[in-house]
Write a protein that binds this ligand. Structure first.
Ligand code: ZN
Length: 244
């Protein structure tokens, strides 16, 4: 019956590519041309920041960025470099016009974060300010975290961290201005942290640019007593990457 229902839906709404809307054979997928444009981040990479290395420097070698400005979290991983296809997917995700998109992104994120799952972490999306969530009716980080939680069978807690002050959009701000913009913007709920009993946390975001937002969320969690914190995003901006 379910099969019949899906077949009927496919006839009414033939599945299309999540990026370019070309017809595709199965739902929840990109067409082959768009799929080839994706740039998955794979080893060798910086074990702290998850940024790709051109050549392998050995498993313990960390990036110059991680040495110059050590992140407050343990490890960060991202599924893809933020290029034109990734950007389009993220913008569609933001406005919720393709509900199956979060599941597609989450499958790539589960692979990127494979080192995290053995410790059975709790997933925590980067919160939007309540007013922004109300006007947009949708938090893309929560949708991604929900889809990752479904695939990994791990718990999700969207209430663990909340945004206590409204911040400007980070787009167009310098790295220093981004840090100032989000400093003190987040607070972790102490009662929920107490219930974690030392369980690690994975912060989930859609795109990491300078990392100032996920660092601010990390500091809020640390202040509330969380010790093991990793970060997972769908895409990440890297210097020199093709962001068209
Ligand atoms: Zn396509």
């Amino acid at each position: 019956m379910k099969r019949l229902g899906t077949g009927l839906l496919d006839q009414l709404y033939p599945p299309t590519c999540l990026h370019c809307d070309a017809p595709v054979g199965t739902a929840q997928a990109l067409c082959p041309a768009c799929f080839r444009e994706l740039r998955p981040i794979t080893a060798p990479l910086c074990p702290r920041l998850g940024i790709p290395f051109e050549v392998s420097l050995g498993s313990d070698a960390v990036s110059a960025e991680a040495i110059a400005d050590p992140p407050p979290f343990d490890r960060s991983r991202s599924a893809l470099l933020y290029n034109a296809v990734a950007r389009k997917l993220v913008s569609r995700l933001k406005y919720g016009d393709r509900p199956e998109l979060a599941a597609f992104c989450a499958r790539l994120m589960v692979t990127a974060g494979h080192e995290f799952w053995g410790a059975e972490p709790v997933l925590v999306p980067v919160p939007l300010h309540p007013w922004r969530e109300f006007t947009r009716r949708y938090n893309q980080s929560t949708e991604l975290a929900r889809a990752v939680a479904a695939l990994t069978v791990l718990p999700l807690d969207p209430l663990l961290v909340r945004r206590k002050k409204s911040t400007r959009r980070q787009v167009g701000l310098t790295a220093d201005a981004r840090v100032r913009n989000v400093a003190g913007a987040f607070v972790a709920h102490p009662d929920i942290v107490a219930k974690l009993r030392g369980r690690p946390v994975v912060i989930v975001d859609d795109v990491i640019t300078t990392g100032s937002t996920v660092k601010a969320v990390t500091r809020a969690l640390q202040k509330a007593g969380v010790e093991r914190i990793d970060v997972l995003s769908f895409a990440r901006v890297t210097v020199g990457a093709d962001v068209v």
